[in-house]
Design a protein around this ligand. Structure first.
Ligand SMILES: NC(=O)C1=CN([C@@H]2O[C@H](COP(=O)(O)OP(=O)(O)OC[C@H]3O[C@@H](n4cnc5c(N)ncnc54)[C@H](O)[C@@H]3O)[C@@H](O)[C@H]2O)C=CC1
Ligand SMILES: O=C(CO)COP(=O)(O)O
Length: 317
């Protein structure tokens, strides 16, 4: 079955390169010319040549004929993109390859697909992976979640490659929450490390951040085991401990009081604000998320954020 990847940023390009190892794949880019000439994405993934099976196009109609469509756009852009092309997306398997919670609605990518294209088979591909690792063919394991078991099985087969091993689940809520919420915790961890608070502080933030992820997941009806898997705990571990993560690097900048390039895709920033709103409305205790949201909307500085976390009433673990 044919595959298209929409969005030729780092992740979309990396997935297209990996899937090109299985057979023909089409990558849609808003600005394809340089990639068509050089057969690489020099801006996002230098030195990762495209296989011959990968076709790059700027014509969306070429790509919307595929039965399986991977959506590798930033989460906050997903709804608008789907709304624009809904007529061509009905009946397709639409695989969200983005991580986040929408600011305007408080929901994640699978719910956005279900809202806008209810006749599609909605799925999400998520978990611990840096685009550069996937593009280089390094071993990686991800979660493929789709509400329909048959769709999950079919996509698992189709999107597994030589080095990319997919585990499947039907718990799309848990899978999308894990990928979205770990980015917020990664910003917190980066901030702690940037401000010189040390690795013990980071371990505390990861662990208590994970407790917040579990709380939100329970509120939304997710399976706690999903959060313990690749899409939750797995991605939390990678993102909170590596300077390869843009979310972690944003945190480092906040902690050091340095500027950060606003054009970088950092999903955790909007997601922190969205989740803080959801948590407040639902009465969920998510102090790390609230502290990150406070840092980002500049209602707290780093000192105040730390104070807000350490001076809460003592409690059972
Ligand atoms: N880079 C990575 O290592 C990984 C990224 N992801 C996720 O993949 C998603 C995309 O991230 P990246 O590819 O890294 O970001 P990126 O910044 O490298 O690329 C984003 C791409 O989306 C395109 N785009 C933006 N707005 C658009 C719109 N309205 N319509 C069409 N195209 C649009 C841009 O032109 C760009 O090609 C994010 O949700 C991220 O969390 C997931 C796993 C790994
Ligand atoms: O999601 C990722 C790793 O799994 C990529 O992390 P960043 O978006 O923080 O770079």
């Amino acid at each position: 079955m044919s595959i298209s990847v929409l969005g030729a940023g780092a992740f979309g390009t990396a997935l297209a390169i990996a899937l090109g190892g299985n057979g023909p794949v089409t990558l849609w880019a808003r600005d394809p010319a340089d990639m068509q000439t050089t057969r690489q994405n020099a801006k996002r993934l230098p030195d990762c040549p495209f296989p011959d099976t990968l076709q790059v196009t700027g014509d969306l109609t070429d790509t919307l004929t595929a039965q399986t469509i991977l959506l590798a756009l930033p989460l906050q852009q997903l709804r608008g993109f789907l709304q624009e092309h809904v007529a061509d997306l009905n009946g397709k398997a639409l695989v969200a390859c983005c991580k986040g919670i929408e600011l305007s609605s408080g929901v994640g990518p699978v719910q956005i697909i279900n809202d806008v294209v209810p006749n599609a088979q909605a799925a999400i591909l998520t978990g611990p992976s840096f685009a550069a690792d996937i593009a280089r063919g390094l071993p990686t394991a991800l979660t493929l979640a789709a509400q329909c078991e048959d769709t999950a099985k079919q996509l698992q087969q189709q999107l597994t490659t030589r080095a990319l091993r997919l585990y499947r689940t039907t718990d799309t809520i848990g899978a999308e929450l894990g990928g979205a919420l770990k980015n917020v915790v990664a910003i917190a961890c980066g901030t702690a490390m940037g401000a010189g608070m040390g690795e013990s502080a980071r371990a505390a933030l990861m662990t208590r951040g994970y407790a917040e992820m579990q709380r939100m997941a329970a509120h939304r009806g997710a399976d706690p085991d999903t959060l313990a898997g690749l899409s939750g705990f797995g991605d939390l571990t990678l993102t909170c401990t590596s300077e390869g993560s843009r979310n972690y690097r944003l945190g480092l900048s906040l902690g050091r009081g340095e500027a950060f390039d606003a054009s970088t895709t950092v999903e955790g920033a909007a997601t922190a604000l969205a989740v803080a709103r959801v948590a407040t409305d639902a009465g969920l205790d998510m102090p790390i998320t609230m502290a990150v949201a406070g840092l980002l909307d500049k209602t707290l500085d780093v000192k105040e954020a730390v104070h807000s976390l350490l001076n809460r009433p003592l409690k059972e673990e």
